[in-house]
Design a protein around this ligand. Structure first.
Ligand SMILES: [Ca+2]
Length: 104
């Protein structure tokens, strides 16, 4: 009697986990590729989007605008790289206009 319940529970956990990764949900500012981490890949994706080589979704645009100026350009990519290198400590939170001052 407990076996179906256990199997359904395991299946539910697997589906929820897979759904999280498939959806690529992220609220990490700078995590443009939605893998949960801010890396050079995110900066590259911002550069590609700013040059028109790649297109970002609305959610990705929100995460990519780390300068909070409403534009996606090379300055956003540079700011992500500064964050990765430890030159700045914060990219701010999604929806806020806070973060370390840009030192470019
Ligand atoms: Ca990422």
């Amino acid at each position: 009697m407990k076996r179906p319940f256990i199997l359904i529970s395991i299946l539910l956990v697997c589906c929820l986990t897979a759904g999280f990764f498939v959806c690529g949900a992220s609220d990490v500012h700078g995590d443009v590729d939605l893998d949960g981490q801010v890396t050079a890949e995110d900066a590259l994706l911002v550069l590609r989007a700013s040059s028109g080589t790649d297109t970002l979704t609305a959610a990705q645009v929100k995460l990519a605008d780390v300068t909070y100026d409403g534009k996606i350009n090379s300055v956003d990519a540079l700011r992500i790289l500064l964050y990765i290198s430890g030159s700045i400590s914060d990219l701010g939170n999604v929806g806020s206009e806070e973060g370390d001052d840009i030192i470019i």
